[in-house]
Design a protein around this ligand. Structure first.
Ligand SMILES: C[S@@+](CC[C@H](N)C(=O)[O-])C[C@H]1O[C@@H](n2cnc3c(N)ncnc32)[C@H](O)[C@@H]1O
Length: 213
């Protein structure tokens, strides 16, 4: 089975509401990652065979725990090659996504993939999280740093409009008790194994940090 076929089958099974246009974008995204990763390493090369599950579907774990309302704005901090931001931007075309990373060549890959997929709702900027000045309804991230380090970078980046689901959605793996305790934050932890059956998700979570009202 080709990578494209498997990405389509995988995603349409878990997200039956995806349109033909969205499924085609995910298939093309898979091809573009294959191509770009040979030039610039944005995804661990040994993981490329599992691109659909380990990267695209994992990113979409956030879409299982929150549906971003239309016309809201999302910041993806330390996006690397565009994860989780690019898969989420295909899922939510009426939401604006700003993807940032401190490494310029990774942002170049994100810009190229977004351009090729005609993702008009994506901007990508080479900057450090601490330097972002705009405000957002949501922050997303995967695999950047411990919550205790991360939260101070983004805690002032929220619009604070009172939106019910406003906050940070952080993809994390493993035992998080100590990390959450160290951060002193109130969190809600969602197990991705409740949504996806692949073994990969047995240890994967989405940590939601709501804004204090
Ligand atoms: C392990 S990679 C994860 C990339 C992507 N989120 C993913 O899951 O594939 C961590 C990324 O965070 C970026 N990063 C680390 N500290 C950062 C900061 N303060 N501001 C912006 N990006 C940062 C790094 O450049 C790197 O690309």
């Amino acid at each position: 089975m080709s990578h494209s076929t498997s990405i389509r089958t995988l995603l349409s099974g878990y997200f039956p509401e995806l349109t033909e246009d969205q499924l085609q974008k995910y298939e093309r995204m898979g091809e573009l990652y294959q191509e770009w990763n040979q030039k610039i390493n944005v995804i661990s090369r040994k993981d490329m065979e599992q691109l659909g599950v380990h990267h695209i579907l994992h990113s979409l774990g956030i879409a299982k725990v929150v549906r971003f309302p239309e016309h809201t704005a999302v910041l993806d901090v330390g996006t690397g090659g565009g994860l989780p931001g690019l898969p989420l931007a295909v899922m939510f075309p009426e939401v604006k996504f700003h993807l940032v990373d401190s490494i310029g060549k990774k942002i170049h890959v994100v810009q190229e993939i977004a351009r090729e997929l005609h993702l008009l709702n994506v901007t990508a900027t080479h900057t450090r999280a601490e330097q972002v000045r705009e405000k957002y309804d949501f922050v997303v991230s995967r695999a950047v740093t411990r919550l205790a380090n991360f939260w101070p970078w983004v805690m002032n980046s929220f619009k604070k409009t009172g939106l019910e689901e406003e906050g940070l959605y952080y993809l994390k793996g493993g035992d998080l008790e100590e990390e959450i305790a160290e951060s002193g934050l109130i969190t809600q932890v969602y197990d991705l194994q409740d949504y996806f059956t692949e073994e990969f998700f047995q240890t994967k979570k989405v940590v939601y940090v709501p804004l204090k009202k």
